[in-house]
Design a protein around this ligand. Structure first.
Ligand SMILES: Nc1ncnc2c1ncn2[C@@H]1O[C@H](COP(=O)(O)OP(=O)(O)O)[C@@H](O)[C@H]1O
Ligand SMILES: [Mg+2]
Length: 333
């Protein structure tokens, strides 16, 4: 085993962590492994939870570089507003939490990220996916387009004269490199079902499924959410956003029935608002920028905080001069 580990070391770089699972419970072996830079030695047999715990322990260590969160957005059908929600939520995370965010547009042929952010972006993501082994911090920086102080987009080429053969492995590698450089990666997935789409969903930290309250959306959302719940047994369930609710003159399934059928309470129900959404899209603005008073703007702020597991940053309220003393008294009681 030690000889094989030495061989493995040749293809590891400085940040690679190696966990060894073995049968021998022996201090000398343990020391030998640690000397070779192995991060953890686990004695078999181990359960899935124990394994996950060991891995997350490695990354919880304050000495290790932090890894960002991947939030994947997918629509239960095409055109339901999944990209709009992805971009607005990503933007709100970057503004509210003052965190760096990258929007990765994986809708390579038809993605709207460039349009939505009013940018003529470097169309970098296809290049990265084609030769993921070349991607490093420097190249990543060149392939991203900066939209605001803290939000960058990894834009799709949106041309049709080439084929896009994405492999699940290259998606993994590229997203991993992005998440090593920013705290949040919002992945805008197209409404398709391929091995790489499935892989991105299974690997994501959070998933947002957007659906419009009609029958086809209900069926598709149910299939998607059931599959994700079954396969991601150690993660929380995906989030459901019901979009374009109360579209005039359109019969729709009630929020209550939709939620009951999926056994999920929607994290947001966003009303159909063609004026606000249409004008914001045409201007290449986020809803918040176009009209911070719009109901949807507040909803995107709430969605962003929920996805980032944060609470609303408290505004500096004018407090009385006695407030600190009153606080102290409260604790005493
Ligand atoms: N709540 C809404 N009300 C009105 N129009 C919306 C709403 N949400 C999204 N849209 C519009 O719907 C269209 C499709 O949105 P898009 O985000 O591209 O969908 P998807 O990514 O699911 O295909 C866009 O023109 C967008 O502005
Ligand atoms: Mg889209």
């Amino acid at each position: 085993m030690l000889a094989e580990l030495d061989k493995l070391a040749e293809s590891c770089d400085a940040g690679t962590k190696v966990v060894v699972i073995g049968h021998l419970n022996d201090v000398l072996l343990y020391r030998e492994l640690m000397k070779r830079g192995v991060s953890e030695y686990l004695i078999a047999p181990i359960g899935a939870m124990q394994f996950i715990e060991a891995l997350s322990g490695l990354y919880n260590n304050p000495d290790t570089d932090p890894v960002g969160n991947i939030i994947a957005f997918i629509g239960a059908k095409g055109g339901v507003g999944s990209s709009t929600i992805c971009h607005n939520a990503a933007w709100a995370i970057s503004e509210l939490l003052k965190s760096n965010v990258v929007v990765a547009d994986l809708d390579l042929a038809f993605g709207t990220t460039g349009l939505d952010f009013n940018q003529d972006p470097v169309q970098g993501i296809a290049e990265a996916l084609q030769s993921p082994e070349r991607l490093d911090e420097v190249l990543l920086d060149r392939l991203l387009t900066k939209c605001s102080e803290r939000l960058s987009i990894f834009a799709a080429p949106v041309v049709l004269d080439r084929d896009y053969d994405i492999s699940a492995e290259s998606c993994d590698i590229v997203l991993d490199i992005v998440r090593q450089n920013v705290p949040f990666v919002a992945v805008d997935l197209p409404h398709t079902w391929t091995p790489w789409v499935k892989r991105v969903l299974l690997q994501a930290d959070e998933i947002v499924v957007t659906a419009v309250p009609d029958l086809a959306n209900l069926r598709n959302a149910k299939n998607l959410i059931d599959l994700l719940k079954q396969t991601r047994t150690n993660d929380g369930p995906p989030h459901l956003v019901l979009n374009m609710a109360k579209t005039p003159k359109r019969p729709e399934i009630s929020v209550k029935d939709f939620s009951a059928a999926l056994d999920i309470t929607p994290i947001q129900v966003i009303d159909f608002d063609s004026e606000t959404f249409g004008l914001a899209a045409n201007n290449g603005q986020m809803i918040e920028e176009y009209s911070s008073k719009a109901k949807a703007a507040q909803q995107f702020r709430e969605l962003a905080l929920a996805l980032a597991h944060r609470k609303e940053p408290k505004e500096d309220k004018k407090t009385s001069a006695f407030a600190p003393i009153l606080e102290k008294l409260k604790f005493k009681r």
